[in-house]
Design a protein around this ligand. Structure first.
Ligand SMILES: C[S@@+](CC[C@H](N)C(=O)[O-])C[C@H]1O[C@@H](n2cnc3c(N)ncnc32)[C@H](O)[C@@H]1O
Length: 232
């Protein structure tokens, strides 16, 4: 999508994302925090280290207006320094209830139960920091580009977009990794990955750069990557 076409999507009403009901984590909420500790699972490997890096990289201060997309049980939120406001968006009531319990003492957090795309239907305040861990891969690639275009117009100059998520470096890396998992008897893992929309770094970095972000990339495991973007 060209820059012009990315921006054309901004005027249109935002539909709910296509797979939101499928990826609402209500059913997974109870076991989630235990599950993410399983470093032997390629989808979970690097989780703790990535979230800690993201919190540092976000440079949140008491003056910051922060948006967290897909905040889940609040594991990243809990690592963020106090802010003017942290708006946490997630579609799952059950995940949010756990997060609210963990973060009950924080009065800088506001909870919004919404689909990630629909959230941008309403005009909102300008943002200094956007963070999102392991959530945006639940959007299709075109939905992801639309979401990033919305972020670009909501960022204050010099604002940060810090993403940690499941990604492949390129389509050929994706083929090689999935083939290897399949050949080593991890058929269920391959099927699980194929049902989701892991970032394709080559394409998604091009989108971010077209939108004017300067982006640094860091790898935390075979599948977990961190992006640190700075808006113009
Ligand atoms: C894998 S969890 C990640 C949670 C948390 N950020 C973390 O790092 O542990 C993905 C979260 O995104 C939420 N989610 C998935 N698709 C969504 C959508 N379209 N809109 C809003 N939330 C969504 C799920 O309910 C879930 O809480």
């Amino acid at each position: 999508m060209t820059n012009g076409r990315l921006h054309e999507t901004l005027g249109a009403p935002m539909p709910r994302s296509l797979h939101v009901d499928e990826f609402n984590h209500d059913e997974d909420a109870v076991g989630y925090d235990l599950d993410v500790q399983n470093e032997a699972d390629p989808v979970r490997a690097g989780y703790e280290e990535l979230l800690t890096w993201m919190a540092g990289e976000s440079h949140v201060t008491e003056e910051s207006t922060v948006l967290e997309l897909g905040s889940g049980t609040g594991n990243l939120t809990a690592r963020l320094r106090p802010a003017r406001e942290i708006v946490c968006v997630d579609v799952s009531k059950a995940m949010m209830r756990i997060a609210q319990h963990k973060l009950g003492a924080r009065n800088d957090v506001r909870w919004v139960e919404s689909d990630l795309l629909e959230f941008f239907d309403e005009p909102g305040t300008m943002l200094d920091v956007v963070v999102s861990s392991y959530a945006i891969h639940h959007l299709t690639a075109p939905e992801r580009a639309t979401l990033l275009a919305h972020l670009a117009v909501r960022m204050n100059p010099g604002g940060s977009v810090i993403v940690g998520d499941l990604m492949f470096e390129s389509l050929s890396a994706r083929r090689e990794i999935l083939l290897r998992y399949g050949q080593t008897g991890r058929k269920e893992l391959v099927e699980g990955i194929e049902e989701e929309f892991f970032w394709d770094l080559e394409t998604d970095l091009a989108v971010l750069r077209e939108l004017g972000f300067e982006v640094d990339v860091r790898r935390f495991s075979e599948l977990s990557w961190g992006l640190s973007g700075r808006s113009p």
